[in-house]
Ligand binder design. Structure first.
Ligand code: HT7
Ligand code: ZN
Length: 876
């Protein structure tokens, strides 16, 4: 496939102003009649051909201004329709295509999920429904008539407001006519038809407009929607309160489907969701699931302004809607729950998913300059780093400047398809700040490393700080320019309070933010009466790595006393990380070192800190993941040694503090009716974190205690936590627990995804055989993306020792699966394939085995464009 480049962007030569669609649904032979009102752009020569995109389409009829177009007036293929010489005046093009929803296994365009017709058009799925200018800068007003048998499909939905509904005389069919008054790009088109249950509600906007809210689910699931509905109403209110954004249609519909390539989709007025981000009850959903539902519902809703009202000019600008919308949903969660807990959770996610992406062969700028397949750019870099960039913009400009700029953006670009440049200009215009250097965050790939050195001069009472920044080389980017890096900081005095310098030189400082703009800064703080401890990058104010040599005592001090909760957490993590890296090294040399008392005792101090919020405590007690440790080690990685080191530290903590851990596991287990609220969930998290350690405490009742946690749990959070311990630590009752879980949850596919996931992520040589036997389990379904992700994606990304087995069998299993899935669903396959992205960091033997598995994939000739793109970049 040819490379698509940002520099080649050309505006469309024709506009499509109105679209009238009639979709006559049929499982295998759906007819789509599209009437497009087309107009030539003023600066384009009359007679310029009109070239429409298609994908696996078959044309049935073509009329121009009501007349059948002669054969020599156009050329057509499944992926293109060219009208050779269109009229110079605006004209109507009526295109009839036939498509097969039942055979659509890619889940892009119109497909069926458990009998429900649904669509997915982002990024380029609309061209699988009809020929179109399928690009985000072509905005049209859509009217959609959906026709289907009344019995099979009592519910008929499309974007916008319902205009009309009725029977089609003389048939068993009926229709619904929907009209969306807001111009939109084709990727936001949606249609749903099926036999679904409707859960209705109402929202009144700030300007007193009544909006009908509906969640549509499979019959029987009506009782699982209340959390999603509650989250939706809170999102609508919050967007009014915090961003001044009101909803703009009479109805907002959400549909949950069980076969979906990603999380959810923000189609105008008709959001379509992976059911795992809608359905919840305490029996089947964990606290994490509840939090995810709240966040994804909010995210899709917030897209109504950041994405739909204002959309992207081209797909290079994807971060314009995604980074900004992730930032908005993160802020929503921070306001609904605990801000520090949310921040820590997000930074952990960023560090485990985005940092490795940015350090490996798939690295790309937040706004890429080139792509082969846009579906491969829905990445942690575009989403999560994109959100960090928006957050930094807020830090740099201040709350007021940020909101003024954003208000101007909403005002100036409403109804447009625009760019990152236009977005940044709004902030420049309102605040008078030159953001040209800041814009580098969108253009440069790679994670900057900020190196820190400091010295205290007691005689002069000065504290000096050297800061330098550098981005390590990234594919296609050998050199880089210094970025604007806002570093929130505090100089901690011995009492744990921030010290205040009488003056500072060498850098711009505003409030508690140091603003790096150069590659080096030599900073001097004066009037510092005693040796401070530097707490840098508070609240993780920039997506950078900090290279700072800390004395263990200073980290211990920060872990105990920093008044920034994020950096307190970070200090505990850094201490654990240092120790885990050391232990890993020792183990690799065939020795068994003991974890240092100083580190173990910090965990004890955290555990016994009476003032720490339980949710924060649970996070602080969570050891860096195997993937995090591997990343820290960086090269010649041996996942077995990492796993063993982690287990050593876990056991040392467990054995030393078993009494307090047992007590915490019991004390913090919430009693009474289940509630998913953040505070109660935080207590459960702490209780389960304590149980995680206690399970390996070597005490007499550890096994029984763990079994009880599983078997007497009255909610999924505790049950799953117990199951994970039994299975991952291969404790007595492991098999019985899996069987019990299966018989209890076999009817709930979301609960069963967890059952597959737990087994796929279990360390130990037997896991591979387990996975192979699960392929033929009656509940395994290779066509359902959630199930495939539960078994294979979780194995490849969450089971480092088995995926990277020293005999290569883990890589082989994933490689073979990629090839098989790729034939059916390229998006799911290419996503799975990205799990190889850090292969070059492995030790020589594993590296060679990974390479041969990758070569096997690469040698397959009919690989999808999606997988070909990932494999080529991974091997480059
Ligand atoms: N904007 C959406 C991204 C998306 C997607 C969703 C489902 C299936 C295929 C998809 N391709 C792209 C989701 C979001 O960011 O809100
Ligand atoms: Zn999004």
């Amino acid at each position: 496939a040819p490379a698509i480049r940002l520099e080649d962007y050309q505006p469309p030569v024709y506009r499509i102003e109105k679209v009238h669609l009639t979709v006559k649904l049929d499982p295998a032979e759906t007819e789509v009649v599209a009437t497009l009102s087309v107009a030539r752009q003023a600066d384009v020569q009359a007679g310029t051909p009109l070239v429409l995109d298609g994908d696996e389409l078959s044309l049935r009829e073509l009329k121009l201004n009501g007349e059948v177009l002669p054969d020599d007036g156009y050329t057509v293929s499944p992926d293109k329709l060219e009208i050779h010489a269109p009229p110079s005046k605006p004209f109507d093009l009526k295109i009839t295509t036939q498509i097969n929803p039942e055979a659509n296994t890619k889940l892009m365009g119109l497909y069926r999920s458990s009998g429900t017709y649904c669509t997915q058009c982002e990024a380029e799925g609309f061209r699988r429904i009809t020929y179109f200018l399928d690009r985000p800068d072509v905005l049209a007003i859509y009217t959609t008539r959906v026709e289907a048998p009344k019995n099979d499909c009592p519910v008929l939905l499309a974007n916008g407001n319902l205009m009309e509904k009725g029977d089609i005389d003389g048939t068993d069919r009926h229709y619904a006519l929907w009209h969306d008054p807001h111009p939109k790009p084709a990727y936001l088109f949606a249609l749903v038809a099926g036999n679904l249950a409707q859960v209705p509600d109402r929202f009144t906007t700030a300007s007193d407009k009544k909006v009908d809210l509906n969640i549509y689910v499979e019959h029987g699931n009506e009782g699982l929607c209340s959390w999603a509905m509650d989250s939706l109403k809170r999102s609508m209110k919050w967007d009014e309160d915090v961003f001044g954004r009101e909803y703009d249609l009479d109805v907002f519909n959400i549909v949950a489907v069980s076969d979906f390539n990603m999380g959810a989709m923000e189609n105008k007025g008709l959001n379509i969701f992976n059911d795992k981000y809608v359905l919840a009850d305490p029996e089947t959903a964990t606290d994490q699931d509840y939090a995810n539902i709240e966040a994804v519902i909010a995210h899709e809703y917030f897209h109504n302004w950041t994405g739909n009202r204002i959309t992207c000019r081209d797909w290079f600008q994807l971060c314009l809607k995604e980074g900004l919308t992730v930032f908005r949903d993160q802020e929503f969660t921070s306001d609904m729950r605990s801000r520090p807990v949310k921040r820590i959770t997000d930074v952990r996610l960023l560090k485990t998913h985005q940092f490795p992406e940015d350090a490996g062969p798939l690295a790309h700028p937040v706004r890429p300059r080139v792509y082969h397949e846009i579906n491969n750019f829905y990445t942690a870099t575009v989403y999560e780093k994109g959100a960090e960039v928006v957050r930094m913009l807020k830090t740099v400009l201040g709350d007021e400047g940020f909101h003024k700029g954003l208000d101007l953006y909403f005002d100036r670009h409403d109804g447009e398809a625009t760019t990152i440049e236009a977005f940044l200009t709004c902030f420049e215009d309102t605040t008078g700040t030159d953001l040209s250097q800041f814009a580098l965050w969108y253009e440069q790939a790679g994670t900057p490393v900020v190196s820190v050195a400091s010295a205290y001069d007691a005689d002069r009472q000065t504290y000096s700080l050297s800061l330098s920044q550098e981005i390590p080389p990234v594919p296609g980017q050998r050199s880089s320019k210094p970025a604007v890096i806002p570093l929130r900081f505090g100089l901690l005095g011995p009492d744990g309070k921030d010290m205040h310098a009488t003056s500072a030189s060498g850098i711009k400082i505003s409030g508690d933010v140091l603003l790096m703009e150069k590659s080096r800064h030599e900073i001097t703080f004066s009037g510092i009466s005693s040796q401070p401890v530097m707490s840098l990058l508070r609240a993780f104010s920039a997506p950078v790595r900090i290279d700072q040599k800390f004395a263990t005592a200073d980290l211990q001090f920060l872990a105990a006393r920093d008044n920034d909760p994020f950096n307190r957490w970070q200090a505990v993590q850094s201490l654990a990380m240092q120790e885990l890296v050391r232990l890993t090294g020792t183990l690799r040399h065939g020795k068994l070192g003991a974890p240092a008392d100083g580190v173990v005792s910090v965990f004890g101090a955290v555990l016994n800190d009476q003032n720490l919020d339980p949710a924060l405590k649970a996070l602080a007690l969570t050891l860096p993941s195997e993937a995090d440790i591997a990343q820290e080690i960086g090269k010649n990685v041996d996942p077995d040694a990492i796993l063993a080191a982690r287990k050593q530290l876990r056991q040392a903590i467990a054995r030393q503090f078993h009494g307090a851990l047992r007590a915490a596991a019991l004390e913090f287990a919430p009693r009474g009716d289940y509630s998913p609220d953040a505070e109660t969930a935080g207590k459960r998290a702490l209780s389960n974190r304590a149980a995680y350690y206690y399970a390996v405490s070597n005490t007499e009742d550890a096994a029984q205690f763990t079994w009880d946690r599983f078997s007497s749990a009255d909610n999924m959070t505790d049950r799953l936590a117990g199951l994970m311990l039994l299975v991952h630590d291969h404790m007595p009752g492991e098999t019985a627990a899996l069987d019990l879980y299966l018989s209890r949850h076999e009817k709930s596919s979301l609960a069963m995804d967890k059952w597959f996931m737990v087994q796929a992520t279990a360390p130990g040589d037997g896991t591979l055989a387990t996975i192979k036997s699960l392929f033929s389990h009656p509940l395994y379904d290779a066509t359902n993306p959630n199930r495939v992700r539960a078994l294979l994606q979780s194995f490849a990304t969450g089971n480092a020792t088995q995926f990277a087995r020293p005999d290569g069998a883990g890589f082989e299993l994933v490689a073979e699966s990629v090839l098989e899935i790729d034939k059916r669903n390229p998006q799911v396959a290419s996503r799975l394939l990205t799990s190889f992205r850090s292969w070059r960091a492995l030790d020589a033997n594993r590296c060679a085995l990974a390479e041969s598995a990758l070569m096997k994939i690469s040698s397959c000739e009919d690989l999808s464009r999606d997988s070909r793109d990932i494999i080529d970049r991974t091997l480059q």
